[in-house]
Ligand binder design. Structure first.
Ligand SMILES: [Zn+2]
Length: 402
C-alpha cells in the first residue's frame, strides 16, 4: 500500500537527484527536527555521505529521501512531531535503500545540502524559511547551516575522479592504477571543499565505476555545479618527468604536442567502456561567444589552482596548459583538468599513494578554487553576499557585522 502511494507520488515530481554513489554502507544515526509553523529544518546524521534522492508527494504533503546503501542505527528513535512537521518515518526499500519520510502539515519548498558533522556527515533539509535557531548554530555544531532562501546558496564544485571501472587510467611501474589515486584525491578534495563554509562538493563518482566523459559533464550539470575539476595522474614516456599541470579546454589546438597527446589519450577513455569516441569537431559546439567566455573563466580559475600548487612546490609548468579534452567541453560550467603528478615517475607514484600527499594536493586545489570564487563569486551565493558586505565595509559606509 505504501508502495502504491509512493509510486503515484513519484510521478508528481522529482525535485532533485543526488549524484554521489557510495560503496560502503552508511548508517543513519539520528534525525533532528527543528520546526516552526511554516518552516523546518530536518537533519539526518549519517556515518557517511549517500547518494540521496529527494522528492515531494502530496495528499498528505511530505518529503521523501531515499538513501542507497544505508541502514538504520539500532538506537535511532523516531523524531517527535512539532510545528509544520507532523512526523518522520523510516522504512527499508529494496537493494539496501533506506527511505525517510518527513510528513508535513502543508507543502513547503525543500532544499538539501551536505555538511560535515563532528562524526560522519549530515544531510540537512531546509523546508520553507529555516527557523532562526537552527541557522544560528552553536560552537559545537556542524559548519554554518547557511543557505536560508535565495542569495545564500553554496558554491558547488563538481569533483571528477578521472577514469574508473574497466578504465584503470595510467598504471605506474609499481602497479598503482591512476583510477585509484584519482578517487582518493577527489574524495580528499571534496572533503576539503565541504569543510569550507559557502562551498559544497559533488563527486561525479565515489566508487570504482566506469563513467563516460559525457556522463561526467551531465552529472556536474545536474548538480548545478559552478565549477568542474577533473582529477588525474597520468603517465609520460620520460620517467624522469615530475610535477603537476593544469589544463583548460582549447578551441584552437593544444598548447603543446604533449598536451595534445594527453588529451587524445584521455578522450579515448570512452573506448574502454565500449563507447564510440566522440569525434564531433570541437568547433561545432565551441564557436559561440558564451563558450569562449567560459574558457576564459576556466583559465582564470585554473591560474589560481596553478598558483596554489606552485605554492606547495608541486607545479611542473607555471602556466595553464590548453588542449581539446572532451571532459572539459561543458558548454556552461567553467572546467579544468588537474594532472596532479606523473604516475610514470617512480618517486611520484609512491607519493601519490600516500594519504598525506593526497591531502596536500587536495588542499592546494581547494584553496585555488576558493580563492577564485572569493574574487569572482557567482550570483546568489553566500560568497557573493559576503563579497558585497566586505566591499561596502571597505568604503566605510557600513561597518562589517561582528
Ligand atoms: Zn588520466
Amino acid at each position: 500500500m505504501i508502495d502504491k502511494v509512493f509510486r503515484q507520488g513519484f510521478a508528481a515530481g522529482v525535485l532533485g537527484l543526488g549524484l554521489i554513489s557510495l560503496s560502503p554502507a552508511a548508517e543513519l544515526r539520528a534525525i533532528h527536527v527543528s520546526s516552526g509553523s511554516d518552516s523546518a529544518q530536518v537533519s539526518l546524521e549519517l556515518t557517511d555521505r549517500a547518494a540521496q534522492s529527494l522528492f515531494t508527494l502530496d495528499h498528505p504533503d511530505r518529503v521523501v529521501i531515499d538513501l542507497p546503501h544505508t541502514h538504520l542505527s539500532s538506537g535511532l528513535r523516531a523524531a517527535p512531531s512539532s510545528g509544520v512537521v507532523t512526523g518522520v518515518r523510516t522504512g527499508a526499500r529494496p537493494h539496501g535503500t533506506l527511505r525517510v519520510v518527513v510528513q508535513l502539515k502543508t507543502a513547503l519548498p525543500v532544499r538539501s545540502s551536505w555538511a560535515v558533522a563532528e562524526e560522519g556527515r549530515q544531510l540537512v533539509l531546509t523546508l520553507g524559511e529555516p527557523p532562526v535557531a537552527a541557522v544560528d548554530a552553536g560552537p559545537k555544531a556542524v559548519r554554518a547551516q547557511h543557505a536560508p532562501g535565495e542569495g545564500d546558496r553554496d558554491v558547488i564544485v563538481a569533483v571528477d575522479a578521472g577514469h574508473g571501472g574497466v578504465d584503470p587510467g595510467a598504471i605506474g611501474h609499481g602497479g598503482t592504477r591512476e583510477k585509484v589515486v584519482t578517487l582518493a584525491i577527489a574524495r580528499a578534495l571534496a572533503d576539503r571543499i565541504d569543510s569550507e563554509p559557502g562551498m559544497r562538493a559533488v563527486l561525479t563518482r565515489d566508487r570504482d565505476e566506469f563513467l563516460e566523459l559525457r556522463q561526467r559533464i551531465a552529472r556536474a550539470r545536474a548538480a548545478h555545479a559552478d565549477m568542474f575539476v577533473s582529477v588525474h595522474a597520468d603517465s609520460i614516456a620520460d620517467r624522469s618527468v615530475t610535477g603537476a599541470s593544469v589544463y583548460v579546454l582549447s578551441v584552437h589546438g593544444a598548447s603543446s604536442e604533449a598536451a595534445r597527446v594527453l588529451a587524445d589519450r584521455e578522450n579515448a577513455a570512452d573506448l574502454m567502456g565500449g563507447v564510440p569516441l566522440d569525434d564531433s569537431p570541437l568547433g561545432a559546439v565551441l564557436i559561440d561567444a558564451t563558450q569562449s567566455e567560459i574558457i576564459g573563466v576556466s583559465a582564470s580559475a585554473a591560474e589560481r589552482v596553478v598558483s596554489a600548487l606552485e605554492g606547495v612546490g608541486e607545479m611542473r609548468r607555471a602556466q595553464v596548459q590548453r588542449a581539446g579534452f572532451v571532459v572539459l567541453k561543458s558548454p556552461a560550467i567553467p572546467s579544468m583538468l588537474v594532472e596532479t603528478a606523473y604516475i610514470s615517475n617512480p618517486a611520484e607514484e609512491r607519493r601519490l599513494r600516500s594519504a598525506t600527499q593526497q591531502a596536500r594536493l587536495a588542499d592546494a586545489i581547494a584553496s585555488g578554487v576558493r580563492s577564485y570564487f572569493l574574487q569572482n563569486p557567482p550570483d546568489g551565493t553566500r560568497f557573493k553576499r559576503e563579497h558585497r558586505t566586505a566591499s561596502i565595509a571597505d568604503t566605510g559606509t557600513l561597518s562589517a557585522s561582528h
